[in-house]
Ligand binder design. Structure first.
Ligand SMILES: O=C(O)CCC(=O)C(=O)O
Length: 308
């Protein structure tokens, strides 16, 4: 990393320190892809596995084009640029767009990739038994501006197996200024986070506190974020902030549900496209919010009352 020049990067609008003790690039685990024991050791130690070029790049490109065409039909892209460059129309905001993975055309291309044979075989080997995935797919269209605040996935999807993994898949090349996934190395082992924040569930209503969610009642800012300041959270937890110098179409990054992660701000003009999808052993319980033809998701009947 010593001879890489790092541009000014921010997360949540806060400039990040990029000295080698605080910031670095993800370890490529392709050298160990056939060695499950080593993959487990790395997951245990770092909380993630980064596998550049895991998917067929042409397949990802085809899905990207279909997504861009859909965004263009919905008038979310600047018509003065080629559709596939995904340049945002002014004023476009960050969105979670679950309708895209359900779209008959681009949804099929996305699902063939992120739930296809290659990745399901990979997870079956990694988990040591038949793997399954949530039916719900988190599709993000991250417009220029602030990225995702730091959080752990377990508070959003921890009602089933905790031996649950997220795969983050970019549908476009994502250099630093476009703002890819950012994580805190080793944060899955932080005891204080495990004991407090990660023991909660976003879909709770504290019946003795105006039905506030327990996460909010416990004083965490924003919707499910552990903090709004990646830099301060890293300073408290230790470890380095890690991302890729440039995520490429075809890369996949997986991490466990206790790892603190979010994303860099998008300082470009393009919409960053990515999915996050979830995998676990088929034999273990699944979080009911994310399975079925129409997963109920957050809110509504998913809310459980609690005395906080
Ligand atoms: O893509 C992002 O900005 C955040 C992704 C994320 O939170 C996840 O993959 O769980």
């Amino acid at each position: 990393m010593s001879n890489v020049t790092i541009p000014k990067i921010t997360a949540g609008g806060i400039e990040l320190e990029t000295s080698p003790d605080r910031f670095g690039f993800l370890l490529d685990s392709n050298d160990a892809i056939e060695n499950v024991e080593e993959l487990h050791a790395r997951m245990e130690c770092d909380g993630y596995l980064y596998l550049p070029g895991f998917y067929d790049r042409e397949q990802v490109k085809e899905a990207r084009l279909a997504i861009c065409e859909l965004l263009s039909r919905h008038e979310l892209l600047d018509p003065n640029f080629p559709v596939e460059s995904a340049i945002a129309r002014q004023g476009e905001v960050n969105q979670m767009r679950p309708e895209i993975p359900n779209d008959p055309v681009c949804g099929k291309l996305i699902r063939n990739l992120i739930y296809g044979e290659k990745i399901m075989n990979f997870y079956t080997k990694f988990l040591g038994g038949e793997a399954t995935h949530f039916d719900f797919t988190w599709m993000r269209t991250i417009a220029p501006g602030i990225g995702s605040y730091p959080h752990c996935d377990v508070i959003f999807m921890g009602r089933g197996s905790k031996n649950l993994y997220t795969t983050w898949t970019p549908f476009g090349d994502v250099p630093l200024e476009v703002g890819g996934l950012l994580l805190i190395e080793g944060s899955h082992k932080d005891e204080e986070i495990r004991r407090n924040y990660s023991s909660m569930d976003i879909d709770t209503a504290c019946v003795n506190r105006n039905n506030e969610s327990e996460v909010k009642a416990a004083g965490y800012p924003s919707y499910g974020a552990i903090s709004l300041d990646f830099r301060a959270t890293r300073d408290r937890v230790g470890g380095r902030l890690l991302t890729a110098k440039e995520f490429k179409m075809g890369d996949m990054l997986m991490f466990n549900v206790y790892l603190v992660h979010g994303s860099l701000d998008n300082q470009s003009k393009e919409i960053r496209l990515s999915t996050d999808s979830r995998y676990q052993l088929a034999s273990e319980p699944l979080d009911e919010r994310w399975v079925g033809e129409n997963p109920p998701g957050h809110g509504g009947n998913s809310i459980k009352g609690l005395i906080c």
